[in-house]
Ligand binder design. Structure first.
Ligand code: ADP
Ligand code: MG
Length: 246
């Protein structure tokens, strides 16, 4: 389980996270929504130890991320897949090589790697694309390879940063479907999004980040029915000056 406990993070005078507390239950998808600049990506970076909180703690499986040494962080990251906002594939490598990279680093042998590459590509409906180069794929396909790369590591958790931003509605629906598939495989998902439709589709729980904390949290139905002004303004896409993000 991932637990954020009173996490604070500032950059200079700018307070981004201000005592953020959130439990991420296992085996479900938790979606963190919030305005652009509200600290969603910073939150994910704190979970994997790419950023250190100024105060508070992140615990993953009862281990405090901030107390891990280099080997501890490596072990942590082998349990956490990260799907970046941009696919971040290496253009000079094939799809299979891109997916294999993290597996080779972990000392997994070649036949096992080939099997995991095949299996993870099948999961994202890209079977048989091993030898293709990223440039030969559409934007949506590259995003799916990003998911395959995370899944191939057989992580316990996958963090998705804005997986549907900039995608057309069809491709967005496909990404949503894949995030549900990974959840159904038993992987715990933390999805950062500002796309409400997608959040409602994939989120077993939706947590709204606002002014550095979780402002409201609930199921899709609960959030849809919420009469909280901050939640309503966000869901309805209104620029609400009274509740403007910091
Ligand atoms: N490493 C950093 N150094 C300075 N400022 C940062 C850094 N990372 C993020 N920020 C700032 O923190 C704020 C929140 O960023 P981010 O978490 O990326 O927002 P979002 O919710 O859109 O993902 C932004 O104003 C961003 O400019
Ligand atoms: Mg972001």
């Amino acid at each position: 389980m991932i637990v954020l406990d009173g996490v604070c993070k500032a950059f200079g005078p700018r307070v981004i996270l201000d005592g953020l507390t959130l439990d991420v239950p296992d085996g479900r998808n938790t979606v963190i929504i919030g305005r652009s600049g509200s600290g969603k990506s910073v939150t994910l970076r704190c979970i994997v130890g790419l950023l250190q909180p100024d105060a508070g703690a992140v615990r993953v499986d009862d281990v405090v991320v901030g107390e891990l040494d280099r080997d501890g962080l490596t072990a942590l990251r082998s349990r956490i897949g990260y799907v970046f906002q941009f696919a971040a594939l290496f253009d000079s490598m094939t799809v299979a090589e891109n997916i294999a990279l993290g597996l080779t680093r972990r000392g997994i042998d070649a036949p096992e790697i080939a099997e995991r590459v095949r299996e993870s590509l099948a999961l994202v409906d890209l079977a048989g694309t091993e030898a293709k180069y990223p440039a030969e794929l559409s934007g949506g396909m590259r995003k799916r390879v990003g998911i395959a790369r995370a899944v191939a590591l057989r992580p316990r958790y996958i963090l998705y940063d804005e997986p549907t931003t900039g995608l057309d509605p069809m491709t967005t629906a496909t990404m949503d479907e894949l995030m549900i598939r990974t959840r159904d495989l038993g992987v715990t998902g933390v999805v950062v999004s500002h796309d409400m439709k997608s959040a409602f589709a994939v989120g077993d729980r939706i947590a709204m980040l606002h002014q550095g904390r979780i402002h409201r949290m609930g199921s899709a139905d609960e959030m849809r029915a919420s009469d909280d002004p901050v939640v309503r303004a966000f869901i309805e896409g209104r620029p609400d000056h009274a509740v403007a993000a910091r």
